[in-house]
Design a binder for this molecule. Structure first.
Ligand code: NAP
Ligand code: MG
Length: 485
């Protein structure tokens, strides 16, 4: 099939707005400080493998320093501040995030590999929106949970986040923690620390009291040290394997825990669905952010009568996706975040071919340097195939078919995960029927990958427990004292 992509002149977003430093320290007690043992690691642009900066690696002692700074800030300042004053800081941070949105978007795309169209139009606007939303709750907690007693902060929160939405995950963690009166130590992912460090500068600009937010960069060991430190709560977003390890490590310790883990969502298209709209939703569901999305619609379930026509439309649409420079405003699909992730995707795709599924990839030129993977469809997939069971976390869609709604439910729920699902149909009653039976924390109908700060997000089963976003997102950061209000 000939490519249907128009030739566009390159339209790269300028990097001139960035003030990248060669080296970054840890953000502890309101200042950037050197790590105790002086260790640093490099962060690269996955699109070019260019080294962007050196970043401090926090060891155990650094993590302890950060937790002590958070504890001091909690005891001496933050827990004593009237709630409306906390809210004012959050509003201030939200406004600075908006003012510096372009800088943040460019930096996010550079460090992570995601298209600027997404960081500019989705990630960064949502980051500001989460801060605005939780700023509003800061002085209204008494009204948020009527009849439960007086809401009190938990104390110091340890927060560990992945690389797929680096700044957005930081916002999901920090905004509710701070609004509820907690202080925090955040560990960004090793491959994407830069926007969290720019956020630290924004915290300074907002004159947030020192120690309320601390950022310890490093790899998994830094995360493990934070889990072992004397924090009152751990909030983790990442893989199910690490989530289980954290659950074991915190068991019996009294440390509060929420886990936002992996997913293998079913996106279900019925024969009466508006197919062109569904095609857009399916494409967005799996190729948004290169498929590095925990709630990605990675299993497409198509009702048999429309399978051939939908597959034809999907293949045609795949030909028009532009894969390339994340900073180009025309790019639809950017770079894979890291070499390790690329290898994981390649291994699972090879298993799909070996197990007998049929692969389809559009013709497209990939850049020579950097980490890239073609948008990929698999047909002839059976439920036992690894590509139907395991989270690929890349631009790879496994397509299965069904005949009846019951069969769709059975197949959709046949997974250890339970984070999200999508339904495409014209019938409202069918949407309700399906949504009640799908074991998924979020169910989208005739849309996909929609996020809103007022809406809770989280999983069932091996997708974790606890909710982020909305009123539900306040609760993990609060205890309720009876009789004191
Ligand atoms: P990961 O390996 O579990 O890493 C997540 C975070 O945990 C990173 O900061 C990582 O550090 C750190 N970490 C690694 N080992 C640790 C340990 N033993 N103790 C404490 N922290 C540790 O996951 P990933 O591969 O980066 O991220 C992809 C996964 O996240 C996918 O499974 C995806 O579905 C899930 N995810 C879930 C959601 C959700 O809301 N449910 C959202 C986004 C992503 P380093 O990266 O620096 O090694
Ligand atoms: Mg990077």
């Amino acid at each position: 099939m000939a490519s249907k992509t128009f030739e566009y002149a390159p339209a790269p977003e300028s990097r001139a707005i960035l003030d990248l430093k060669p080296s970054y320290g840890l953000f502890i007690g309101g200042e950037f400080v050197e790590p105790t043992d002086g260790g640093h690691f490099k962060t690269v642009s996955p699109a070019t493998e260019e080294v962007l900066a050196e970043v401090a690696e926090a060891g155990e002692r650094d993590v302890d320093r950060a937790v002590a700074a958070a504890r001091r800030a909690y005891d001496k300042v933050w827990s004593k501040l009237p709630a409306r004053e906390r809210g004012k800081y959050l509003y201030r941070i939200a406004r600075i995030l908006q003012e510096r949105a372009r800088e943040l978007a460019v930096l996010e795309s550079l460090d992570n590999g995601k298209p600027i169209r997404e960081s500019r139009d989705v990630d960064i606007p949502l980051v500001a929106a989460y801060f605005f939303y939780y700023a509003g709750w800061a002085d209204k907690l008494e009204y948020a949970f009527p009849g439960r007693g007086s809401p009190k902060p938990v104390g110091v929160a340890g927060q560990i986040i992945p690389w797929n939405f680096p700044l957005l995950m930081a916002a999901w963690k920090l905004a509710p923690a701070l609004a509820t009166g907690n202080t925090a130590v955040l560990k960004p992912a090793e491959t994407t620390p830069l926007t969290a460090l720019l956020l630290a500068q924004i915290m300074q600009e907002a004159e947030l009291p020192p120690g309320v937010v601390n950022i310890v960069t490093g790899a998994g060991e830094t995360g493990a040290a934070l889990v072992d430190s004397p924090v009152d709560k751990i909030a983790f977003t990442g893989s199910t394997a690490v989530g289980k390890a954290i659950r074991r490590a915190t068991a019996g310790s009294g440390t509060r825990l929420t886990l936002e883990l992996g997913g293998k969502a079913a996106n279900i298209v019925f024969e009466d669905a508006p197919l062109d709209q569904a095609v857009e939703g399916v494409i967005n569901g799996i190729f948004f952010n290169q498929g590095h999305v925990c709630c990605a619609g990675s299993r497409l379930l198509v009702q048999e009568p429309v399978f051939d026509v939908l597959l034809g439309k999907l293949k045609e649409r795949l030909q028009t996706l532009r894969v390339g420079d994340p900073l180009d405003k025309n790019t639809d699909v950017g770079a894979i975040n890291s070499k390790a992730q690329l290898e994981k995707i390649e291994e699972l795709v090879t298993s799909g071919v070996d197990e007998g599924a049929e692969i389809y990839q559009p013709e497209c030129d990939l850049p020579e340097r950097g980490f890239w993977f073609r948008p990929t469809l698999f047909t002839g997939v059976s439920q036992s195939h690894r590509i139907a069971r395991e989270e690929i976390f890349g631009p790879v869609l496994s397509i299965l078919t069904f005949r009846t709604p019951d069969e769709a439910i059975e197949k959709a729920n046949n997974t250890p995960y339970g984070l999200s699902a999508g339904i495409w149909t014209e019938k409202g009653s069918r949407i309700l029927h399906m949504a009640q039976r799908l074991r998924a924390g979020v169910v989208w109908a005739n849309t996909f990958n929609r996020f809103d700060p007022a809406s809770p997000f989280g999983g069932y089963k091996e997708s974790g427990f606890g909710r982020e976003g909305g009123l539900h997102g306040l609760e993990p950061y609060l205890t309720f004292e009876r009789g004191s209000s």
